[in-house]
Structure formats: C-alpha cells, structure tokens
Write a protein that binds this ligand. Structure first.
Ligand SMILES: C[S@@+](CC[C@H](N)C(=O)[O-])C[C@H]1O[C@@H](n2cnc3c(N)ncnc32)[C@H](O)[C@@H]1O
Length: 236
C-alpha cells in the first residue's frame, strides 16, 4: 500500500501515526474486494481466498453440530462488506452489525444496507471499547483485520473488547497467520505466533476452540502471511 506515500519509510511512519487515515486514503482508490486485498491479485485469486475462508468458517462452526445458527453477528473491519453479506445471506444471521474505522467504508456500507433492518453499519475503531456492544453478539468475525493492528497494546485491547461483546456460548473467528513466530511484515502488518494468541486469550478468560490452516501459496500479499482461521470463546 506504500505507493500512496513517497517512500516506504514515510508510509511506515504515517501508518503508526494514524492507521485510520492511512486506510481512508487507500479506500479512496481501492474500494473493491480484489484490490482491497491486493492490487496485484486477479479476481480468480480473490474468489479463491473468499471461498476458502468461507468454507473454513462453515467447517469451524459446523464441528460437532447438526446445524449452524450464527445468531447476532458483529463483523469488525468490514471493508467492502463481504462478510456482512456472507453472514446475512448465506448463514442467515438474525442480525449483522458491521464496523470499520474508515469513514469512506462505513458510509458506503451504511448506505448499501440502509433499507435492511437486520443490518447496521457503524464507524468505529475496534481498539476502543464500545460499552453499548457488551454481551450483544453470538459471533464476532474479524477477517484480515487483527494483523493490521501493529501496536501490541491495542491488539490486546481489541481482544479484551471482543471478550466483553461476546455472549456466553458465543464464538470469535479471526483470520491470520498463527505460526511459530510473530513478525512485522512491511508497513501495516504484524502477525503474532499461535503461542502469543493462546497466552493472551487465556489472560482474558478466553480459550481457543478451532484452528484451520489453509494450504494455499497466495495466503496474503506478503510472503509468509497466511490467512488461516482461529476460533475462540469464553473459557468453559
Ligand atoms: C484488509 S481489509 C479487510 C476487509 C474485510 N474484513 C474482508 O475480509 O474483506 C481491513 C479493513 O479493516 C479496517 N480496519 C483496520 N483496522 C481497524 C480498526 N482498528 N478498527 C476498525 N476497522 C479497522 C480497515 O479500514 C479495512 O477496511
């Protein structure tokens, strides 16, 4: 995403200064599913990514269940709205709330769904606690978002917020790497190891309940980042 800035160093500093502004600038020219992931991807690669992750989510939610009811869903970092559509139309959610801290994204999605009572979209930063969301959701979905929170303190705060928003028995599904090592990848990504995820979740009274690893070379823009899935819930 650095072509919007004169140098990688400028992009790196701008992202740490104001990630929201950075995304808003990006969304001005890249507000479709393909280029939101990477301007270098083809549409078939984009489709492959979304198909893979959709099937992974269905697999995780279907484990040990005869049917899946997702209930009230919170989709964080909604971007162009793929996951809002997926949960509303395919998974037949009772309601879907989408949040994105980009004004352009949140306004475009609010307009798109304004006639549908069961879908609402708000502009919000997931690293800031919104008490009105407490114990309101059966499922929280965060695909392609958590590794964009490069500050470890804010990353943990987002997880603490999710714990507060999740109803007992609910599930959080996160897309990310979950490898042996965490690392900074380019300007606007920081992965955390599976061990760091598990340790942080345990400190928040949460536990993992699903892990899906995908065997696909183009897991992300940066070599090494795979869009795997981790699911967690309140410790039982
Ligand atoms: C790579 S896009 C993924 C969009 C969508 N989840 C998908 O998979 O198609 C990341 C989105 O997360 C949003 N985002 C990043 N950090 C955020 C934060 N702290 N709070 C709210 N939204 C955030 C960005 O504005 C962007 O729209």
């Amino acid at each position: 995403m650095s072509p919007l800035y004169a140098t990688p160093e400028e992009a790196y500093a701008a992202y740490r200064e104001a990630p929201q502004t950075f995304f808003e600038r990006y969304h001005e020219d890249h507000f479709d599913e393909r280029s939101l992931i990477s301007p270098d991807w083809t549409w078939y690669e984009t489709k492959y990514h979304y198909n893979l992750v959709e099937n992974g989510i269905i697999d995780i939610l279907g484990q040990g269940a005869t049917s899946i009811e997702v209930g009230d869903v919170l989709d964080v970092g909604s971007g162009t709205g793929h996951w809002i559509d997926f949960y509303a139309k395919i998974m037949e959610a009772r309601s879907v709330t989408g949040v994105d801290f980009s004004e352009l994204a949140s306004q475009a999605l609010s307009r798109r769904y304004e006639a549908i009572d069961s879908i609402r979209v708000e502009r919000a930063d997931i690293t800031v606690r919104r008490t009105g969301f407490d114990a309101s959701f059966d499922l929280i979905n965060a695909i392609g978002v958590m590794f964009h929170i490069v500050d470890d303190r804010l990353w943990r705060q987002a997880l603490e917020n999710f714990a507060g928003y999740l109803r007992p028995g609910g599930t959080v599904i996160v897309g990310g790497d979950f490898g042996d090592e965490g690392e900074e990848l380019g300007v606007m990504r920081r992965t955390r190891s599976l061990a760091q995820w598990e340790e942080t979740l345990a400190s928040l009274g949460l536990e993992t309940c699903g892990l899906k690893r995908f065997d696909w070379a183009k897991g992300g823009i940066n070599p090494g980042l795979k869009n795997n899935l981790l699911a967690f819930r309140h410790r039982t």
